[in-house]
Design a binder for this molecule. Structure first.
Ligand SMILES: NC(=O)c1ccc[n+]([C@@H]2O[C@H](COP(=O)([O-])OP(=O)(O)OC[C@H]3O[C@@H](n4cnc5c(N)ncnc54)[C@H](OP(=O)(O)O)[C@@H]3O)[C@@H](O)[C@H]2O)c1
Length: 317
């Protein structure tokens, strides 16, 4: 594998949490961090896929720890973050890389639209449920998002960009975002990524005095499994040809890796990058009222007592 980023840093003694490290760019990020000596923790819903990471990292200076957990559920997020808190006092790096695109509207086990459950909530939960660990590590947080948050058009013909629609009034209840009415999967995905950037902006401001930095990055169009679903059915026979026009996972991982480890980016926070270029995001993402509402509804949802789960109530009766 060609080194995706030419940054020579020693990460021995550093703890990195990387989500989505069982495949695609996350796997490259985890391996590159371990190559530089970091201990990498990942959360995998299929421990078998996590196991193969051990083999890949075995001969490198760093090591890997796989925690079993599904990031799309509150229970999975709670148990994975608890496991990290139990085992590690300090986190120096958090790369929220896990993500998915779904061809239709689905609900998570907790009742939110699934793009929100996979492409937004885990990033928010890992940042906020690991606050103490991140502060102790004066950590760098990198949120891997998608430039669909600026433009949801799949074909970028000349004309104005079409960001996902998001109004302040929409931020009343997480379960009502990405509703069935007028549902478009790509826009739902883009909205979830936009929320990740918004939440990151607010936390970046708040945590700057503690030395924690939070940035978001679009990696480019990269030939990984997430992209397969986005190729229109009529073009699927040409899939391998189309994939050849895209970045490799190594090339795609470079931008997130740079944000995670490049000493030249020390202290840089609250920014969004399209690969290596700092880029503005839609106006609503900078609105502090919207950011605060988002935080409130996300906390409400994330910390809702599990007793509201009907299965638990039935057990108690
Ligand atoms: N590829 C692109 O062109 C592109 C463009 C813009 C942004 N991105 C973003 O880049 C990031 C990395 O994606 P990729 O392209 O490398 O895709 P990928 O190869 O499909 O990898 C996605 C990773 O996320 C994990 N994941 C998904 N749902 C999960 C869940 N519920 N619990 C735990 N882990 C889960 C997957 O784990 P499993 O092994 O369990 O599936 C996998 O390791 C994503 O956030 C994506 O949105 C990608």
């Amino acid at each position: 594998m060609t080194a995706p980023v030419d940054v020579d840093v020693d990460l021995s003694g550093r703890l990195a949490v990387v989500t989505g490290a069982t495949g695609g760019m996350g796997r490259v990020i985890a391996v590159e961090l371990a190559r530089r000596g970091a201990s990498v923790v990942t959360i995998a819903r299929d421990p078998g896929r996590g196991d193969s990471l051990y083999a890949e990292i075995a001969d490198l200076p760093g090591r890997v720890e796989v925690i079993a957990g599904d990031l799309s559920s509150r229970a999975g997020l709670a148990s994975a973050t608890q496991a990290i808190r139990d085992r590690h006092q300090t986190v120096h790096l958090l790369v929220n890389n896990a993500g998915a695109h779904f061809p239709d509207r689905r609900l998570s086990v907790d009742g939110i639209e699934l793009h929100l459950a996979v492409d937004y909530l885990p990033a928010y939960a890992l940042m906020t449920l690991l606050t103490d660990q991140l502060h102790r590590g004066r950590a760098r947080v990198v949120n891997v998002v998608s430039d669909t948050l600026r433009d949801t058009r799949q074909l970028k013909l000349p004309g104005p960009a079409r960001p996902p629609v998001l109004r302040v009034d929409d931020l009343q209840d997480l379960t009502r975002l990405n509703p069935p009415d007028g549902f478009v999967p790509f826009q739902a995905y883009a909205r979830a990524k936009l929320l990740t950037v918004m939440a990151g902006y607010q936390l970046a401001r708040e945590w700057a005095p503690a030395g924690v930095t939070i940035n978001a990055v679009h990696p480019g169009i990269v030939a990984t499994s997430i992209i397969d679903d986005l190729i229109p059915p009529a073009l699927r026979p040409f899939r391998s040809l189309i994939r050849r026009t895209m970045l490799t996972p190594e090339q795609g991982a470079a931008a997130a890796l740079r944000l995670a480890i490049d000493p030249a980016l020390d202290g840089v926070t609250g920014r969004y990058f399209v690969r290596e270029t700092e880029t503005p995001t839609p106006a609503i993402s900078y609105e502090t009222t919207a950011q605060t509402l988002l935080r409130t509804i996300t906390d409400q949802f994330l910390h809702q007592p599990q007793l509201e789960d009907p299965r638990v109530r039935a057990d108690a009766d």
